[in-house]
Write a protein that binds this ligand. Structure first.
Ligand SMILES: Cc1cc2nc3c(=O)[nH]c(=O)nc-3n(C[C@H](O)[C@H](O)[C@H](O)COP(=O)(O)OP(=O)(O)OC[C@H]3O[C@@H](n4cnc5c(N)ncnc54)[C@H](O)[C@@H]3O)c2cc1C
Length: 571
């Protein structure tokens, strides 16, 4: 007899209620499937809600020369030629439709005086392309999608943490989870499962990411046999808050620079004129982040170890209208009035470009019945993500994922779950509940310090080897972590469950960074400072036994008609 649990059946199970999960739910439901969405947080609270600056779509409302072709080229070139070209093409072609659809769903974007959707400039986008709602675009997107989901026949479980994907004969047949607020176990039987769990920013100490971003989907997929790709590509956003300590890393949107903000060092120099005379503050994120870092390292930083970001010249009315959240954030947290004073900012870990390897059209993984979309998936952004492309990604590929999984589920039947698989997983979860073990928070703190100290914005062999050694030591300690209390509302237990996923994510980032002996996009190595044509490849991670195996695979070749849209790569 299996351990006590609740059985639940659905056609498509979606893990994650951020933008990707919700858009997938709409598509899967509209194509005739019973859809169930689970989130470890609450509906409406996903990380997506924090998105600020906007969503990229070549509507051409302000710059009529914009087109999907230019958006495609910007995305592919700034991904430093290792993006999946098909994903970049689909994103550029479909983002405008998804924005208009959102508007039809009820989203209220900022307007031009003529009544069109307004678009702001953002780093490395050739034209003004980001549709926005002040600096609260993510909130509007989540509210709009949530409204659509609630008006459909879609079932929701919040505060439900998925711990394992279930398989039978190499095929995904469901998942097991713990309802955090009741302590009950749930066994979901599903014809298809979509992972939409967001990123892994929390493996770093200083990050803009929410508490949810612990890389769970990477661990779930990897343990189920799915390939990961390009995990070494971690984006450092140029501008996070540096002070006070409690908000270190909190994002200062690129919208500040898009709307005219300039970067200054402690000598009052606008140093981006030196680093990037043409694009200045609006160059790609990797370039601006490294410039900020270099200025701080050269001793030209601010009292709290950042650089200055100044938008005071735009005037109070403009700032309060365009950047209300930034105004409130600095006023409330740092006592700084950004209409009159400069902000102090420094790079912060922001986004994982790598993730689960997916098929561009359907988002299916290499494991039958398993799909992935959003930040947890890889391929689109290559070595560097353009601002605004993630919100476009979650809508374009969220929808494709819902259609892909929904289409797959249509002629499948629900499989029976093997009882010992359920018992073993429930026993694993319960095994963390005992007195006297190691504190999971101590291990997580060591892990995130290890990543920030040794796998940061500039990397080298010595530090990466050190990071790997430290991580292996931490990995050995995982079986001895434990917490007191019971299954219900136990934050410590949640930390125990997240920790192994964080270890997988961190190990992949370190091993990939060691393997990629070049500097490309967000991955910069002081011992290999140049880009190397031999590394114009993707790194693929596979689980073999208990080990992580890495291999370099050629980037998919693009057809000639697409190739002619792309600026040639220079070495
Ligand atoms: C401060 C900030 C500002 C940003 N601004 C922009 C912007 O202006 N433009 C842009 O394009 N991008 C922006 N981004 C990036 C963008 O917001 C994210 O990449 C995107 O929202 C990710 O969406 P997602 O649906 O993939 O995942 P998320 O929104 O992270 O959702 C993940 C979901 O999975 C759930 N989950 C995770 N693990 C489990 C589990 N084990 N069991 C059950 N549920 C689980 C979570 O609870 C959550 O519901 C910003 C990011 C940050 C941090």
């Amino acid at each position: 007899m299996t351990d006590k649990h609740v059985d639940y059946e659905t056609d498509v199970l979606i893990i994650g209620a951020g933008g990707a999960g919700l858009r997938a739910a709409i598509a899967a439901n509209d194509s005739g499937n019973k859809v169930t969405v689970v989130t470890k947080s609450l509906l409406g609270k996903a990380h997506t809600v924090m998105a600020e600056g906007g969503i990229a779509a070549s509507l051409g409302n302000l710059d009529s020369k914009d087109s999907w072709e230019v958006h495609f080229n910007d995305t592919f070139v700034e991904g430093v030629y290792i993006s999946n070209w098909k994903m970049a093409e689909l994103l550029a072609k479909e983002a405008p439709e998804r924005v208009i659809e959102l508007e039809k769903y009820g989203a209220l974007f900022d307007r031009t005086p003529e009544g069109k959707i307004s678009q702001r400039a953002f780093g490395a986008h050739t034209y003004r392309r980001l549709c926005h709602v002040g600096d609260r675009t993510g909130l509007e997107i989540i509210k709009t999608l949530e409204d659509q989901v609630l008006h459909r026949d879609i079932v929701f479980f919040d505060e439900l943490y998925i711990t394992k994907i279930l398989k039978k004969d190499e095929k995904v047949i469901g998942a097991i989870g713990l309802k955090l607020n009741s302590g009950e176990f749930y066994v979901f039987r599903a014809k298809a499962v979509i992972i939409a769990t967001g990123g892994c920013g929390k493996i770093y100490k200083v990050t803009s990411n929410s508490w949810e971003s612990t890389g769970d989907g990477l661990g779930l997929a990897f343990n189920a046999g799915a390939e990961l790709m390009d995990m070494e590509m971690i984006q450092f956003h140029p501008t996070g808050m540096v002070y006070p300590p409690g908000v270190k890393g909190l994002l200062v949107t690129e919208g500040v620079r898009g709307d005219g903000g300039i970067l200054l060092n402690s000598q009052g120099e606008r140093y981006m004129l030196r680093y990037s005379p043409k694009k200045k503050e609006l160059d790609a994120r990797d370039i601006v982040a490294r410039a900020n870092y270099a200025e701080i390292m050269a001793g030209r930083g601010t009292p709290h170890g950042g650089v200055y970001l100044d938008i005071t010249h735009k005037g109070a009315d403009y700032i309060k209208t365009k950047l209300p959240s930034m105004y409130a954030q600095f006023k409330d947290f740092a006592g700084v009035d950004i209409t009159k004073e400069k902000m102090e900012v420094a790079p912060t870990v922001h986004y994982q470009m790598g993730g689960i390897k997916v098929d561009p059209e359907t988002t299916k993984t290499n494991v039958e019945g398993l799909f992935a979309a959003g930040e947890v998936a890889s391929g689109l952004h290559g070595a560097n993500r353009l601002g605004g492309n993630s919100l476009a990604d979650i809508l374009v590929f969220g929808r494709r994922s819902g259609l892909g999984a929904g289409g797959y589920a249509r002629d499948k039947k629900l499989e029976t779950v093997n009882p010992p698989d359920v018992d073993t997983e429930i026993a694993r979860v319960k095994s963390f509940l005992r007195e006297g073990g190691k504190n999971p928070y101590d291990i997580i703190e060591s892990l995130s310090a290890n990543m920030s100290d040794n796998v940061g914005i500039i990397r080298n062999e010595e530090n990466l080897e050190k990071a790997l050694k430290n991580l292996q030591d931490l990995k050995l300690q995982v079986p001895s972590v434990s917490v007191g209390g019971n299954l219900k509302y136990n934050k410590g237990l949640l930390a125990c469950l997240e920790l192994p996923n964080m270890i997988i994510a961190a190990e992949a980032v370190i091993r990939g960074a060691l393997m990629r002996k070049e500097s490309r996009g967000a991955h910069a190595r002081s011992d290999y400072p140049k880009k190397d044509p031999n590394f114009r490849k993707n790194i693929i991670y596979t689980k073999i036994g208990n080990d992580m195996k890495l291999e370099l695979r050629p980037v998919p070749e693009m057809p000639d008609e697409i190739k002619k849209l792309v600026d040639p790569e220079e070495y």
